[in-house]
Design a protein around this ligand. Structure first.
Ligand code: XMP
Length: 513
């Protein structure tokens, strides 16, 4: 296995991701945990020293134990990792007064070619991503230079006799387009065959959960979304009936959704599941409320109360399981943000663990969304479930502008089901990031048969997006839109007019509220 020693770079997880893509098993450990004894026990076949925000020129700058360089295994230093390597092996690093470099740069090769660079410089130079303040001013004895950029004369260096490599740029980021090749070469040099798979990840994750939880009880809030479902199934595999899931049904779910969730988890997976049908409570408190933020706040507050009430019924639980993903982790530790405006209060169970005195288990913390899906497939969750569009916590409440009534919800559910059925039938579901119907708070006049109608209008929404932060409306054909409108009006009593929402985000948001 490969050891990544983390010095605190924002992109360390991306190194792990690149390696997982190459079917290599690796673990990230923060530098302060990596002692000589740790190294001995870990027995890495190769080591990567990550980037990080510190300066090697500071007296108490973080360093790996010097034994890293005595293991006889390949070592790759990246950015701060390069600097710390040079410093510890007898080179020099200087503070980057005026030589800081951020962003795109181009590296050109020296005449000698090394195996690490197989597949590089086919285009004579390579685009790389730099992000450093300090720089190496003298390389350590034994090292040679194999690539330079205008601001980094030591962009790529290596000591081939010891298989030590050090680069100033970040090969793991998207803006170093051929970075993956560099990792591929490095792990090949280290003797990895690339036979590790998601099945392997699953086994290791299960072992880690067992170790963390022991024989304690765990509760998990199940929403029916991909993340919490994969987390629940994984934890159930690890600790069986020590896990109880609480599925809060706020009465704002889509057609058949509650039944499907219960059938899958309780009947198919045989998991202890509390189906908290609290629709009367939620719809009661939402009665007469039309302000979007007030709706969100009510739902968020009740959700926590209800979850807490049912979780307490389990009795003696010590852990709360959450389907936190790596992008959520980066976001919550991001230092770049500063105070930002609340556009919508997103509902989550933040703060709940402290309030209930629970410890967290977050088995998906180092995975990206597509990896969670791959893990879900590995765990046998059906494809139709894993590829589902995202669904917001407040559910249909925010797709029902104005006052929420049971009548409107029931019309909305039926219209949404017809719309999604249309999208699936036309093979468009996977091309679209999210699609749904919103029922509008207006009635309009129509004519059906020989009679006058006075029913609700609805809006269809479908967007393409990468992460939900920005979005574009999906360019359906007019035939598709016409056919869908006809079906909805024919099949859903209560709707007599259908519109298509062609707003992008920004300036619109994806949801209507
Ligand atoms: P907006 O409407 O802000 O939505 O453009 C972006 C994405 O977030 C989802 N969304 C939510 N998800 N809790 C959630 O878990 C919420 O309160 C919430 N509000 C919006 C929305 O469905 C879209 O995918």
């Amino acid at each position: 296995r490969l050891l990544i020693i983390d010095f605190g770079s924002q992109v360390t997880q991306l190194i792990a991701r690149r390696l997982r893509e190459l079917n290599i098993y690796c673990e990230i450990h923060p530098f302060h945990d990596v002692t000589a004894a740790f190294l001995k026990a870990f027995e890495p076949r190769a080591v990567i020293l990550s980037g990080g925000p510190a300066s090697v020129t500071d007296k108490d700058a973080p360093r790996p134990p010097s034994e890293v360089f005595d293991l006889g295994v390949p070592v790759l230093g990246i950015c701060y990792g390069q600097q710390v390597m040079m410093d510890m092996l007898g080179g020099r690093v200087e503070r980057g007064d005026g030589t800081a470099e951020f962003g795109r740069a181009y590296v050109t090769p020296m005449e000698d070619r090394i195996d690490l660079l197989t597949g590089w410089f086919l285009d004579t130079r390579e685009q790389v991503w730099m992000s450093h303040g300090d720089h190496v001013s003298e390389i350590a004895p034994g090292f040679e230079v194999y690539g330079t950029s205008p601001n980094a004369p030591y962009a790529i260096t290596a000591d081939l006799s010891r298989n030590f490599f050090a680069v100033q740029f970040h090969p793991e980021v998207h803006h170093t387009p051929n970075g993956r090749t560099l990792y591929e070469n490095f792990v090949r040099l280290a003797g990895f065959t690339g036979d590790w798979t998601m099945a392997g990840y699953r086994d290791e994750a299960i072992a880690r959960i067992r170790e963390r939880v022991g024989d304690a009880k765990v509760i998990c809030g199940l929403s029916g979304g991909v993340d919490s479902s994969v987390a629940a199934v994984l934890i159930h595999e690890a600790i069986g009936d020590q896990l109880t899931c609480v599925f809060v049904d706020h009465g704002l779910l889509r057609q058949n959704e509650a039944d499907e969730v219960v059938a899958m988890f309780r009947d198919h997976y045989n998991m202890p599941l509390i189906h908290a049908d609290e629709s009367d409570l939620f719809l009661g408190e939402l009665d007469g409320v039309s302000d979007p933020e007030t709706k969100r706040k009510i739902i968020g507050r009740l959700f926590i109360d209800v979850f807490q009430k049912h979780a307490t019924e389990v009795g003696g639980a010590e852990f709360l399981a959450q389907g936190t993903l790596y992008p959520d982790v980066i976001e919550s530790v991001s230092v770049s943000g500063g105070p930002s405006v609340t556009i919508k209060s997103h509902h989550n169970v933040g703060g709940l663990p402290e309030k209930m005195g629970l410890k967290l288990v977050e088995p998906l913390r180092d995975l990206f969304k597509d990896e969670v899906r791959a893990l879900g497939r590995e765990l046998g969750l059906p494809d139709s479930f894993i590829e589902r569009h995202p669904f917001p916590g407040p559910g249909l409440a925010i797709r029902c502008p104005g006052e929420i009534t049971r009548e409107k919800l029931s019309i909305l559910r039926r219209a949404d089901a017809v719309y999604i059925d249309q999208i699936r039938k036309h093979g468009l579901y996977d091309e679209i990031w999210q699609a749904f119907v919103a029922i509008l708070p207006v009635r309009t006049v129509g004519v059906m048969g020989d009679g006058r109608t006075y029913d609700f209008a609805c809006a269809l929404r479908a967007v393409t997006s990468v992460d939900g932060m920005t979005a574009d409306y999906y360019p359906f054909s007019h035939e598709f839109l016409g056919e869908t409108a006809t079906r909805i009006i024919n099949e859903v009593p209560g709707i007599n007019r259908v519109t298509y929402d062609i707003t992008s985000k920004p300036p619109g948001t994806i949801e209507w509220e």
